[in-house]
Design a protein around this ligand. Structure first.
Ligand code: 13P
Length: 341
């Protein structure tokens, strides 16, 4: 393990004014997203769509790295430049999703554990050769009556830590993503309690597995009301509760925290990040690693049509730039109106 290299990649992933684009939807997931805009999903349409995002002029000013799916890491621009090389040449670090998805946890109805550890050492070696410098593994924690159980949290924390240790062994920076889902009617307090326990157990396992905190990035959910809660907490409450939990459980050696958007609207995700970056200093960078919150407006503008390629790029650039501003608390909702953003 080359710790200096891991540290320098991790710091670059959360560089000032920048964050990560999560474009690592598996083929079934991107097919669902394409269905929502009546676009066909084939290897070629998926390639076109990802090319639209990656080749957006100026994206590298706000995007530090891109998480890819296996298929995309093996694809190229229409000029034949492998995406990993294209991204690197344009200032964006290529990364790879390596988990094999959340699967039902036997004997624990409604809960999942993420699979993908078998053969991971070999896969990481190949991904490194294909140009990936960081990886992602997502654990999924659902909130409902009686869940999550501590057993489920422990099983997922253990898998995350085994994954992270294998990544560092291969000189790949692990993004550790324990996602507490927003789905449900639960309150922000319940989300805070579950997120706190999830992070406590996750860092316990990372420590036990001797993972170097300096060479990893944490990708958590924000502490937020359930999407179907009768009353939803406002932005300031979300920002304060999220920071409270992170300050309590995330070691200061971790260079950066890159939030997932988790079903928040694009504007909400940007506003929450910006607010957190105005609430005092933190030992870690507070950044983004958004999927839907960076892509949804671009997907809607593109609609699977070649003639909308430039409109999709404009929509993507706007979200990248506004989230870049949110990195240091400089976003204001009035900027949403400015089409030149
Ligand atoms: P969202 O921002 O859409 O939640 O996606 C981030 C991600 O990478 C989920 O694993």
């Amino acid at each position: 393990m080359n710790l200096e290299q891991l540290k320098s990649v991790a710091r670059a992933m959360v560089a000032k004014d920048k964050g990560i684009l999560a474009a690592d939807e598996s083929s079934p997931t991107i097919t669902k997203r394409f269905a929502s805009i009546d676009a066909e999903s084939s290897a070629d349409t998926r390639r076109n769509y990802r090319e639209m995002l990656f080749t957006t002029q100026g994206a590298g000013d706000y995007i530090s790295g891109v998480i890819l799916f296996d298929e995309t890491l093996r694809q190229s621009t229409r000029e034949g430049v492998p995406f990993a090389k294209y991204l690197r040449d344009n200032g964006m670090i290529p990364g790879i999703k390596v988990d094999k998805g959340a699967k039902p946890l036997a004997n624990f109805p409604g809960e999942t554990v993420t699979e993908g550890l078998d053969g991971l050492r070999q896969r990481l070696k190949e991904y490194r050769e294909l140009g990936a410098n960081f990886a992602k593994w997502r654990a999924v924690i659902a909130i409902s009556d009686g869940i999550p159980t501590d057993f489920c949290l422990r099983a997922n924390a253990h898998a995350l830590a085994r994954y992270a240790a294998l990544c560092q062994e291969a000189d790949i920076v692990p993004i550790v993503e324990p996602e507490v889902l927003m789905d449900g009617t639960h309150s922000i307090d319940r989300c805070e309690e579950v997120t706190a326990r999830t992070l406590e157990l996750t860092f316990g396992e990372l420590k036990a597995h001797r993972v170097a905190y300096e060479g990893m990035i944490l990708k958590p959910n924000m502490v937020i009301s359930g999407s179907d809660a009768a009353e939803r907490a406002g932005p300031r409450e979300v920002a304060e509760a999220t920071l409270r939990v992170l300050r309590e459980h995330v070691p200061p050696q971790v260079p950066g925290i890159a939030f997932l958007s988790g079903g928040q609207s694009a504007e909400e995700a940007t506003e929450h990040l910006s607010l957190m970056n105005t609430l005092g200093t933190t030992p870690w960078e507070l950044s983004f690693s958004y999927g839907r919150a960076l892509q949804a407006p671009a997907l809607a503008a593109w609609r699977g049509k070649a003639e909308n390629f430039a409109a999709g790029q404009r929509a993507f650039f706007k979200r990248a730039k506004l989230n870049g501003l949110a990195r240091n608390g400089k976003y204001q909702s009035s900027m949403e109106m400015d089409t030149a953003a």
